[in-house]
Design a binder for this molecule. Structure first.
Ligand code: 3PG
Length: 213
């Protein structure tokens, strides 16, 4: 499937069953990690803004791995969104929702998956035009039962549950009609990244691609 230009949140959520949540501390790991994920079929990469190296990692992936789509995770402010866009991020993911983040991403034309954990947050995000949302932290905030309950009043909203999702429970989430994909950190284990075990990461990505029944 071709990556559309401009990219939409819909494209980001439907490219693969899983969006990897990536934490990188060393910019030297960014390009080989992105190539390993792409080799396994995963192109939408959420690089979290949690480390001093994160923006440089996004920049390196955007520059050197054309088949990957580097996005920024942990976007908590308009400033984060601007810095992510400047580094070359093509989408943003936030752990919660504020109008400031929503507005900044719209101004920057940066597709945003805002994080929500309550009905009020879903209403606030959808009032601002966001109906493709990250459910975070999914397990801790109600998991499958919560998503099923939201399917009634929020019938037109689609979710990417993230937080506590694993290869074992992912199929149950992916089977729900209001779940477009899941997010998780299991594709990029810190020990595999530190050891440069890119083959393991490609294998994890390949397995993740097979998760949707
Ligand atoms: C995140 O950090 O965005 C999520 O908490 C990732 O959750 P996980 O480590 O449980 O996959």
């Amino acid at each position: 499937m071709a990556v559309t230009n401009p990219l939409t949140a819909h494209d980001v959520m439907r490219d693969a069953p899983v969006i990897p949540v990536i934490v990188l501390t060393d910019v030297a790991h960014a390009v080989p990690l992105a190539r390993a994920l792409v080799a396994g079929g995963i192109r939408m990469l959420e690089v979290t803004l949690r480390t001093p190296a994160a923006l440089a990692c996004i920049e390196a992936i955007a520059r050197e791995v054309p088949d990957a789509v580097a996005g920024a995770g942990t976007v908590r402010s308009a400033h984060d969104a601007q810095a992510a866009r400047k580094a070359g991020a093509r989408f943003a993911v936030s752990p919660g929702y504020t109008q400031a983040v929503g507005r900044a991403c719209r101004d920057l034309r940066l597709p945003l998956l805002p994080g929500v954990a309550t009905g009020s947050e879903i209403m606030a995000a959808s009032e601002d035009g966001y109906t493709e949302l990250k459910f975070f932290p999914a397990l801790q905030a109600g998991g499958l039962a919560m998503l099923k309950a939201w399917g009634g009043p929020f019938f037109d909203v689609r979710f990417c549950p993230t937080g506590g999702v694993t290869p074992d429970n992912a199929p149950e989430f992916l089977a729900l009609s209001n779940v477009a994909c899941v997010g998780g950190s299991w594709l990029t284990p810190a020990d595999a990244v530190a050891a440069g075990d890119w083959a393991r990461i490609t294998r994890l990505a390949q397995e993740a691609m097979g998760l949707r029944a």
